[in-house]
Design a protein around this ligand. Structure first.
Ligand code: NAP
Length: 317
């Protein structure tokens, strides 16, 4: 496993991390907590020291699973947890919802409350990284979310401030980094072999300011592993029913087929590994956070960290 500093102010992190939305028990259909805990342990055993989560994932369940795993480990002080806040799920706890409802609140009051709840669930003194959970532009233009991050830092409740950029806002929202780069230690972006909008403005800006960059959705929810086809049907409570609807899936599959020559050039690696390697081969990107539900997936995904033979140039040809 290779390690790098997550931007000029960030901690040392493994270049492959663990995305903990999929194990939350919501939005991805039914999950098995024991298998999820084993997947996290497997990642940490392989040298992963970076986990991305959010308070809203499973209404706190993702953070709780992470804490359970960390409680079993002697290396827990070396593990960096990045969480997120801004979707106030608390009024919905205990009520039936097929998918996670949106109830955005980026007020100072809510963000401080949310950070304190995450601190308790993760059983830490301060959060390593707290990211604004993908606010819309109108919210980002307000002062409150930034005042909240400043206050949380000042009060020692968060060590680093982050902003998870809303999907497909990589170009239209990029000026926000220009405005808040002094406060922002890290950003999180959607970036993968088929969705490269972040390359236009956001990644160059992050390099200019030394901002840490976390790359999410590197496998397009599993699609870039090559396991889906036109007949794939997702379960009722799986967000991929919408985010990979039959029309979207058809379009992605067509573009996935066009990647075949690239995959064939590197027969020793799987499409998932090559896709993950692409994300961290960009000089602005520090850590890629594939979601992993099983030990098998994790073992396959961590290999991307060591694949030095593929540089960003290889993907440009
Ligand atoms: N707005 C935000 O801030 C935001 C939004 C989305 C994600 N995120 C973060 O980014 C992380 C990564 O994104 P993601 O989990 O949505 O998408 P992803 O990493 O592109 O896809 C993860 C899913 O792909 C499948 N998979 C993983 N490794 C595989 C392999 N080697 N072979 C075959 N299938 C594999 C698994 O699902 P199955 O086994 O069920 O197919 C897994 O749950 C999330 O966990 C979360 O931490 C943040």
């Amino acid at each position: 496993m290779k390690y790098t500093k997550l931007g000029i102010n960030g901690p040392l992190v493994s270049t492959v991390g663990f995305g903990a939305w999929g194990i939350s028990g919501r939005d991805w259909g039914k999950t098995d907590d024991e298998s999820s805990r084993r997947a996290i342990h497997c990642a940490l055993d392989a040298g992963v020291n970076f986990i991305d989560t959010a308070d809203v994932y499973g209404f706190g369940h993702s953070e709780e699973l992470i804490r359970q795993v960390l409680d079993e480990r002697s290396d827990k002080d070396k593990i960096v947890i990045a969480t997120k806040a801004g979707n106030n799920f608390y009024p919905f706890v205990g009520k039936e919802h097929k998918v996670t409802p949106f109830n955005n609140d980026y007020s100072v009051k809510h963000l401080v409350f949310a950070a304190e709840q995450s601190i308790k669930r993760l059983n830490v003194e301060a959060l390593d990284i707290l990211q604004l959970h993908s606010p819309v532009l109108e919210t980002l233009e307000k002062d409150e979310p930034w005042l909240a991050l400043e206050k949380l830092k000042r009060d020692g409740k968060i060590k680093h401030a982050g902003w998870s950029v809303i999907s497909f806002g990589e170009i239209s929202h990029a000026h926000i980094l220009e405005r808040h780069h002094d406060l922002l230690d890290v950003i999180q972006v959607r970036y993968n072999l088929l969705e490269k909008q972040a390359e236009e403005v956001l990644l160059p800006l992050a390099m200019k300011y030394g901002t840490g960059v976390i790359v999410r959705i590197p496998l397009i929810f599993g699609l870039l592993s090559g396991k889906f086809n036109h007949k794939t049907i997702f379960g009722e409570n799986d967000h991929r029913r919408t985010n990979l609807s039959p029309e979207k899936l058809a379009s992605y599959l067509e573009r996935f087929d066009a990647l075949k020559p690239l995959f064939e050039k590197h027969p020793d690696y799987s499409p998932a590994q090559i896709s993950l390697r692409f994300c961290i081969s960009h000089p602005a990107c520090h850590v890629v956070i594939p979601g992993g539900k099983t030990e098998k997936q994790v073992r396959e995904n961590v290999v991307a960290s060591e694949m030095d033979l593929i540089t960003h140039k290889d993907f440009e040809e």
